[in-house]
Design a binder for this molecule. Structure first.
Ligand SMILES: [Zn+2]
Ligand SMILES: [Zn+2]
Length: 431
């Protein structure tokens, strides 16, 4: 009994120090830096590297370490498991994924409104938006994170991080699965989901988005992931920033091991006067742990729901036939409408970074430009000023996806009935 009391104390003090962001005291009390980072991710440290080994309380193990895994099962996450859990990007791309058409783009040709009389043309790569696609997974994560953000925004009628009456601000919590239940991820995932749902409810979570992580990685969290910049013209993630984010993150990827846990982003209203109704009270968290072995860690309110969601999606569990993002409680598909959300937002059209006009499909067609010059009676005086040399390839040949300011010659809007290639790649049909 005494040990239990002590461990509860140890658990509470370490968590308090974590919440106070006091790493030096956390270490003084016997916590390791890696443990700190693990708590940040809601991951249970491996046995033998526990938080507790302060000499005087050597035998007491904080309750959230009790479901410690006896083995660290390393996984080759780059190997595609057709029937199992994968990380994003380790599947197979479709032939068209990432393809660019340098003769086509979304553009603004209003040279009179642009500096130096240039036109703006954006090359857009073909994408399948699948989590498993090694070419398109970043776009999948970015788009999915946007959907998650929208669902919160439609309730707060403000930014996603704002409070909703009766619910408060969205928080990030992690529920870790004890070793004894880890096998559920293979053939009984629905059972595991139901358990998580029940545990979330017991912890005081009223409604949330749930992202499952089958694996953890010791190198993943040495640096706080940087925020991905938002492209002001679309409200979408900035492409360069997105690429840089992933290249930095991928540098850290080392060894992954099996350690199932669930990330929860949602509402867990606090009621400090009535502990019964309050979320994440030490009593609740500790009784959940005693009864089920599951560990609930509250990581607090979010600076950015979208960035948090994106980071969690970037190493989420992906499995054929299972949704990567699910919603529980009052945010579940069945209940969401009862919260009186705003209607779905329409996607914001891309606009010109200079004159803010909506971008329209454009095409590289130097021949057409010449024939207009030749046959326009108004402008025609002599052929001397015309460039009749062989029209070259698009100046965007060989460029990567993104927006470019270029000379206007050769670009035009589409004619009626004309269409650029669709950038959405679908599963090739095998006829
Ligand atoms: Zn793809
Ligand atoms: Zn413009």
């Amino acid at each position: 009994m005494l040990i239990e009391e002590k461990t509860d104390k140890c658990f509470t003090s370490l968590m308090t120090l974590y919440e106070l962001d006091d790493l030096p005291k956390f270490i003084q009390l016997g916590g390791h830096v890696q443990d700190w980072l693990n708590i940040h991710e809601g991951i249970l440290p491996a046995r033998g590297r526990s938080i507790a080994p302060n000499s005087s309380v050597k035998r007491s193990i904080a309750p959230f370490l009790a479901p410690n895994y006896s083995v660290r099962l390393y996984v080759d996450v780059k190997a595609w498991r057709p029937l199992g859990w994968n990380l994003p990007s380790n599947g197979v791309a479709y032939g068209q994924c990432g393809h660019l058409w340098p003769d086509e783009g979304q553009g603004c040709l209003r040279v009179e409104n642009h500096p130096e009389g240039k036109v703006y043309v954006r090359l857009i790569a073909a994408t399948c938006f699948r989590a498993s696609c090694p070419v398109c997974y970043q776009k999948w994560a970015a788009r999915e994170a946007g959907h998650i953000e929208d669902k919160f925004k439609r309730l707060s009628r403000n930014n996603a991080e704002a409070a909703v009456p009766g619910y408060g601000r969205p928080v990030h919590a992690v529920i870790s699965v004890p070793e004894i239940d880890a096998f559920l991820i293979y053939n009984n995932f629905d059972v595991l989901r139901d358990k998580i749902n029940a545990i979330a409810t017991a912890a005081g979570i009223k409604g949330a988005c749930v992202i499952f992580h089958p694996y953890a990685n010791e190198k993943m969290h040495e640096e706080t992931p940087e925020k991905i910049l938002i492209d002001e013209s679309t409200g979408d993630f900035d492409l360069d920033s997105l690429r840089e984010y992933y290249s930095k993150m991928n540098k850290h990827i080392n060894f992954w091991y099996l350690r199932p846990h669930f990330h929860i982003i949602g509402y867990a209203p606090r009621d400090y006067d009535n502990p019964e109704n309050d979320a994440f009270t030490p009593e609740k968290i500790s009784s959940i742990h005693k009864e089920t072995g599951y560990v609930v860690v509250n990581l607090g309110v979010r600076d950015s729901v979208r960035n948090t969601a994106h980071y969690q999606l970037s190493h989420a569990g992906v499995k054929k036939g299972f949704q990567t993002v699910t919603w529980i409680g009052d945010l579940s598909n069945r209940n969401y409408h009862k919260m009186n959300p705003l209607p779905k937002f329409n996607p914001k059209p891309r606009t010109c970074p200079e004159c803010k006009a909506e971008l329209a499909p454009v095409r590289w067609d130097p021949q057409a430009a010449i024939s207009v010059q030749v046959f326009s009676v108004d402008n025609y005086s002599s052929a001397d000023g015309l460039d009749l040399s062989e029209p070259g390839p698009s100046p965007l040949e060989g460029q990567r996806e993104g927006g470019y300011w270029i000379d206007p010659g050769g670009w035009r809007y589409l004619n009626r009935g004309e269409k650029n290639h669709s950038c959405l790649v679908r599963k090739p049909s095998h006829k």
